[in-house]
Ligand binder design. Structure first.
Ligand SMILES: NC(=O)c1ccc[n+]([C@@H]2O[C@H](COP(=O)([O-])OP(=O)(O)OC[C@H]3O[C@@H](n4cnc5c(N)ncnc54)[C@H](OP(=O)(O)O)[C@@H]3O)[C@@H](O)[C@H]2O)c1
Length: 314
């Protein structure tokens, strides 16, 4: 099968190449060999890649720390199940699915991917594969940050950093839909986008005083550093700072700081896709490219706003 592979961590996205790789063995899965307990093979229709994946250890080594290059990046998928192993509860061959694949295994920038069934959810027939793939990372990250780690409730105020970005725009929409008051932030150029996604106020971090917004119950941080530190001081007693930028020194004086990495979740994917079908949330897609053009799409000459989705099958 054709796939994007990486072999050199130092090369970054410039080191991506389109190569021929062995297909995941559907026949071995179906033969109940046991080695792939719980796996399905998915024919990839659309794939998503997160910008800093190539800096994650999981792209380069397996769970035992062994070199796993050449590895296939991309862990967001929408496609069709082509083979099942033993223990693949809830899915069938021919079913449309979408979800998040294991960080330490070959990913979705490929024609086929082997993935644990529990990491996938059914993708309704009226949701396009491109849309499905774009919902995975933004939807799960925003959902988990707001509702699991942030315990957001209706009537609360949430500060969403990077509200015009991929994750921030989804967090803005889900928080609004949950009845929260949303203050978005970003650069001046992102103001209208953030407001269009539902932010009720916008703070231009380069020109406005963040400290003037008053107190908030939750900070959803995608920027880290000094912005996270300053944001922590705005949090009411009992509130939470949630960040997706890694371990943080930022800590509210009388609240909780949580850094987390998104995890697959079938039930949450179903909630998110239901909202997309209802028109309650929409994706923030910047560019759609073919597998042939994927390397160029991940090495743009100009900044692309929004998610890049690789449409592996037309
Ligand atoms: N932990 C996890 O599970 C997890 C999951 C998903 C993503 N992430 C990470 O989360 C981060 C955000 O991802 P994303 O896909 O949402 O990125 P994105 O689409 O680039 O969004 C970031 C937004 O913040 C704005 N921004 C960046 N730096 C800024 C600054 N200094 N001041 C003001 N605004 C600034 C960007 O504006 P410009 O476009 O103008 O720069 C953009 O609108 C990435 O580092 C990603 O790797 C972590």
């Amino acid at each position: 099968m054709r796939a994007i592979v990486v072999t050199d961590q130092a090369a970054g996205t410039a080191g991506m190449t389109l190569a021929e790789r062995p297909e995941p063995q559907g026949a071995a899965l179906a033969g109940l060999s046991g080695a792939n307990y719980g796996d399905v093979v998915v024919q990839v229709h659309a794939s998503g890649f997160t910008g800093d994946e190539l800096s994650w250890p999981s792209t380069w080594v397996d769970r035992l720390g062994r070199d796993r290059t050449p590895s296939i990046p991309g862990h967001e998928v929408a496609g069709v199940v082509t083979a099942l192993s033993y223990g693949t509860t809830g899915l069938s061959v021919g079913q449309r699915v979408f979800g998040l694949t294991d960080w330490v295994r070959d990913g979705t920038l490929a024609e086929y991917v082997a993935v644990e069934a529990r990491n996938l959810a059914p993708l309704p027939g009226d949701v396009d594969f491109t849309e499905g793939a774009a919902l995975v990372m933004s939807g799960l990250t925003a959902w988990q940050g707001l509702f699991e780690h942030g315990r957001l409730r209706a009537g609360q105020t949430v500060l969403v950093h990077g509200a015009a970005g991929v994750v921030g725009s989804m967090a803005t929409q889900l928080a609004r839909e949950a009845g929260a008051y949303v203050i978005g932030t970003g650069r001046a150029a992102g103001r209208q986008t953030a407001l269009d996604f539902g932010a009720q106020e916008f703070v231009d971090l380069e020109n406005d005083a963040l400290e003037e917004i008053g107190r908030v119950d939750l900070v959803f941080d995608v920027l880290g550093g000094d912005i996270a530190m300053r944001s922590a001081r705005l949090i009411r007693a009992g509130g939470t700072l949630v960040t997706i930028t890694g371990p943080t020194e930022a800590r509210p004086a009388q609240g909780l700081a949580v850094d987390f990495v998104v995890v697959p979740d079938r039930a949450q994917l179903s909630e998110i896709v239901r909202r997309a079908r209802d028109g309650r949330v929409r994706t923030n897609i910047g560019e759609v490219a073919t597998l042939d053009d994927a390397v160029a799409a991940f090495n743009p000459t100009e900044r692309v706003n929004g998610k890049t989705i690789i449409r592996v099958r037309p």
